[in-house]
Design a protein around this ligand. Structure first.
Ligand code: XIL
Length: 315
């Protein structure tokens, strides 16, 4: 049939969406599109630390399990997001001393990644998320302040031990084109590989905005990571605009979606594309970027936008 997922499958790639647990439970129109158009899903929030371990060693998997059950029912793969991040991580973690923090990280990864290790639907994890500053230096997060950059290699080793079959990724934003931040990521991945750290994949979030222009040398950037021997995925694409939406902005947005999909398709090791939601009814953009929105491929009434056609025709 003529769905995004059918076209992606024919090309050996995934096309995915982030899913939120509330509309997944409550809205059949949301469920129908999420199931029929996508062969991959990522939990928008349900697998994050604040959702899975809100207090120390007290794990709650209701949202995460809900996502997994939906994927199993609809023959979709799941990308786990995310094990170690500076955001959406409880203050109890942030307040630990160095040794206790490293132990808490190991325990968290063992329990969360370990829970789904035997489930073939769970294919990959964002092990670390957003570890760089824009200039390419290490982000000065509580992780870095307490543990130095060793927390990154440790996290990958703990993740491999917890789920030996999952593809293990480092994920970040503003690393789609070639720039200081993506070059820092490239250098880190090369170093980790040389040290034998189990890293398999790089995630390019791809939170773009039409008013900032399309990033330069995206395909070349994907290719240089692939040449290091890691896979690449587009993990969180959305393409926002200054509101109100109009036909000109929609057309520019559609072109950007086309360009990102084509850049991924052009590189064998680029395994697929995940959109950060699908309907403008549920998107983090208006809550996060004042005055901006309409970043997804369906409008708020589940109507297909030019961006849908762009992704469809590129696949
Ligand atoms: C966002 C979610 O979409 C929001 O619902 C939540 O309030 C904040 O986080 N980079 C990431 C994602 O890796 O986890 C973020 O998701 C968007 C930016």
């Amino acid at each position: 049939s003529d769905t995004l997922r059918a076209h992606a499958e024919a090309r050996g790639k995934f096309i995915g969406t982030a899913v939120a647990t509330s509309p997944l439970a409550n809205e059949s129109a949301y469920r129908t599109i999420a199931a029929s158009e996508f062969n991959q899903i990522t939990a928008e929030n349900a697998m994050k630390w604040d959702a899975t371990e809100p207090s120390q060693n007290q794990f709650t998997f209701s949202g995460a399990d809900q996502i997994m059950a939906f994927a199993e029912a609809n023959d979709q793969q799941v990308h786990g997001h995310t094990l170690v991040w500076h955001s959406q991580t409880p203050s109890w973690v942030q307040n630990l001393g160095a040794d206790a923090m490293r132990s808490a990280m190991q325990n968290h990864i063992a329990r969360v990644a370990g829970r789904y290790a035997s489930n073939p639907v769970l294919k990959s994890w964002d092990v670390v998320n957003e570890v760089f500053e824009e200039n390419g230096s290490m982000r000065n997060s509580f992780w870095y302040q307490k543990l130095g950059d060793s927390y990154i290699a440790d996290a990958f080793r703990y993740a491999r031990a917890a789920d030996p079959d999952a593809e293990l990724c480092i994920n970040d934003y503003n690393v789609e084109g070639i720039n200081a931040k993506s070059t820092a990521m490239y250098n880190l991945v090369r170093t980790l590989k040389a040290q034998g750290v189990p890293i398999d994949c790089v995630g390019l979030q791809s939170h773009l905005a039409i008013q900032y222009g399309f990033p330069g040398q995206v395909q070349e950037n994907i290719q240089r990571f692939a040449d290091l021997g890691v896979n690449v995925r587009i993990t969180e694409i959305d393409i926002r605009m200054q509101m109100p939406r109009d036909a000109t902005k929609d057309a520019t947005q559609a072109t950007y979606y086309t360009n990102m999909v084509k850049a991924c398709l052009a590189v064998t090791r680029c395994t697929g594309i995940t959109i950060w939601g699908f309907t403008d009814k549920y998107s983090w953009v208006p809550d996060t970027f004042s005055g901006q929105g309409a970043a997804l491929i369906y409008d708020e009434n589940y109507g297909r936008k030019p961006a849908y056609t762009a992704v469809h025709d590129a696949l």
